[in-house]
Design a protein around this ligand. Structure first.
Ligand code: ADE
Length: 251
């Protein structure tokens, strides 16, 4: 049975999953990262903290595929909302990912990944459908969300995610990105790099993001607050039932 890799950029984004791994899990340290190998509710998994940014995500994705033979990769974590329909507390599952900071003009088109001849990397439809279904179920039950958070019940979106090595916390920058990428639902710093690596290895992948901020002047405070108080509620609330259902066990 193939192993599922679950990656996150920050500890809070994967903490509850790590805690739920079966006691027999082993830790392998490669390239200054810990790879937790074992089973999670019966699904063979490798879970790792990538750290933040495209290089970190690419290195981690390469290792889970090459060293740990992951046959599917899920990246989970927070994102800044970009599209006007996307609010703090909403969930985004990627249809595709792109790298908004890739710009090799005039040699290649803006956003085109040089010598790969593409700008977007499509997420796996089957894996993404499982994440969407579980996210919708989470949204319906509003499971476990502290009332004090004052958030609306989460809405679930399916669309383009833009990745770059920038934590966007400026109204002007967010506005520019919105103009340049009207389709992009949210911004984060790893998914597009992991997607490129998975594409190059031919390994299916999906990305699940929870909106922590609006990529504006308040992004730092909103992000930190969401990370400390809610990130794990969402990650565990969406991924745990999916893993428990056995839907990710096959392949
Ligand atoms: N992840 C969460 N919020 C973000 C933001 N504002 N910019 C980039 N990545 C993010």
């Amino acid at each position: 049975m193939g192993r599922l890799a679950i990656l996150g950029a920050l500890h809070e984004e994967i903490a509850d999953l790590l805690a739920a791994m079966d006691p027999g899990a082993t830790i392998h340290r490669i390239a200054m990262r810990d790879f937790h190998v074992g089973t999670l509710w019966g699904t063979p998994c490798v879970i790792a903290l990538s750290r933040i940014g495209k290089v970190a995500a690419a290195a981690t994705a390469s290792i889970v595929i090459h060293e740990f033979k992951a046959t599917r990769v899920i990246f989970t974590g927070l994102a800044g909302g970009l599209h006007e329909d996307v609010a703090v507390g909403d969930v985004v599952v990627a249809t595709a990912l792109m790298q908004h900071d890739m710009d090799a003009r005039p040699l290649f088109e803006q956003h085109e990944i040089p010598l790969l001849g593409r700008e977007r990397f499509e997420a796996d439809p089957v894996l993404s459908a499982s994440l969407l279904e579980s996210a919708r179920q989470f949204a319906r039950t509003h499971a476990g969300l502290p009332d004090a958070a004052g958030l609306q019940p989460p809405r679930v979106h399916h669309g383009l995610i833009a990745t770059g090595d920038v934590f966007v916390n400026s109204n002007d920058y967010a506005h520019q990105l919105r103009q340049r990428l009207p389709e992009a639902l949210c911004l984060e710093m790893e998914g597009g790099a992991m997607a490129q690596v998975c594409y190059e290895f031919g390994v299916p992948y999906a990305v699940l993001r929870v909106i922590s901020d609006q990529a504006d002047h308040a992004a730092k405070a909103d992000f930190t607050d969401f990370l400390m108080n809610l990130a794990r509620v969402y990650t565990a609330g969406i991924l745990a039932p999916l893993l428990k259902s056995g839907a990710l066990r096959a392949a």
